[in-house]
Ligand binder design. Structure first.
Ligand code: LTN
Length: 322
């Protein structure tokens, strides 16, 4: 793949889990070595869902610390907080003026969230994908690494590019969605559902869970019966493939095929392997002082703003405001 401008974001809503790591963060760490990358903490997106204002800033700083502990390097990529660059909101407003409501009404994530959050179906929830388009296009990103759940939002972003360019002249280019083969990690306790923090702590393994916590959670993971092919067992094997040595994974896979898989042994080994895989992450996260994280974010915001202000100056002219 030729050099791209990569943009992606994650909402600051709590500690990251294995699904976030395999789906996003792991790829970010690889992409930063070959491309021009922006990784954003989407705090303005996150206020559209019920939240505690006393905790938001801490969640933002914690997500930044987790980015850094996982190996994102501020020398190789731009890590910043959305609210530090107000141009995101400005461009979102301009996009609002060209985005048909009928397109937003089709968004399945909006419909899901509105159904979940019936007492707080706010306009921001509805407008969420327009802000996401602004995030991406402010930096003229060419590729956006996201999970399949974001496909519809990326398609809308491309539609906004076409609408804007048709109305005001060639300005933006359509970004492509970057899907890397992502093993889908399921909940430990409900392996028919994706691992998600909304299910609760016991369903997820967090990247900074201590070894005893990882072991306790995995020991409670449901496997039910079925000789190693149940959803729960398959999920443990998926995790083993990602976090154990190839030799270990291959032997569990062979046991599973032969119908001789011992869940207790798989669980013990897997817990040890996951805790070992993230040992360095835990150490780095603990060592990161808030002051240092804040300094990195300030530098990231400055760098992001340089591009964002340029884009906005051009956009204001194009739309006839200046
Ligand atoms: N909606 C995304 C987070 C997000 C994002 C973005 C991803 C906000 N802005 C721009 C890619 C590009 C999510 O919740 N996964």
């Amino acid at each position: 793949m030729p050099k791209q401008t990569i943009f992606s974001g994650i909402q600051p809503t709590g500690r990251l889990h294995l699904g976030n790591y395999l789906g996003s963060l792991r790829h970010f760490v690889e992409l930063q070595t070959k491309h021009d990358c922006y990784f954003m903490i989407a705090d303005y997106h996150s206020i559209t869902e019920d939240y505690d204002p006393r905790r938001k800033r801490a969640q933002t700083l914690e997500l930044a610390a987790e980015f850094l502990a996982a190996g994102l390097d501020p020398k190789k990529c731009t890590i910043f907080v959305q609210s530090d660059v107000p141009e995101h909101l400005e461009l979102a407003w301009i996009f609002n003026a060209i985005t048909p409501i009928s397109l937003l009404e089709r968004m399945t994530q909006y419909k899901d969230k509105a159904a979940r959050q019936t007492k707080n179906v706010n306009a921001g929830l509805f407008d969420y994908p327009v802000l996401q388009a602004a995030d991406i296009l402010l930096y003229h990103a060419t590729a956006v690494p996201v999970g399949a759940d974001q496909d519809q939002h990326l398609e809308l972003t491309r539609e906004i590019v076409r609408l804007f360019n048709n109305r005001f002249g060639a300005t933006f280019t359509e970004p492509k969605t970057l899907h890397t083969n992502v093993p889908k990690v399921m909940s430990l306790l409900a392996p028919d559902k994706k691992m998600s923090k909304s299910l609760g702590d016991a369903h997820c393994i967090h990247l900074d869970d201590e070894p005893d916590v990882v072991a306790a959670k995995i020991s409670k993971a449901v496997t039910d019966t079925g000789g190693g092919t149940s959803l729960g067992a398959r999920n443990l094997l998926t995790m083993s493939e990602a976090f154990s040595s190839k030799k270990t994974y291959d032997s569990f896979l062979a046991d599973s095929a032969a119908g001789t898989l011992q869940y207790a042994k798989l669980k013990q080994t897997l817990a040890k392997d996951i805790a070992g895989y993230f040992a360095d992450f835990r150490t780095k996260k603990k060592k990161l002082h808030t002051k240092r994280v804040e300094a990195i974010l300030a530098a990231g915001a400055k760098r992001a703003a340089r591009t964002a202000t340029k884009t906005m100056a051009a956009v204001r002219k194009k739309i006839g405001i200046r």
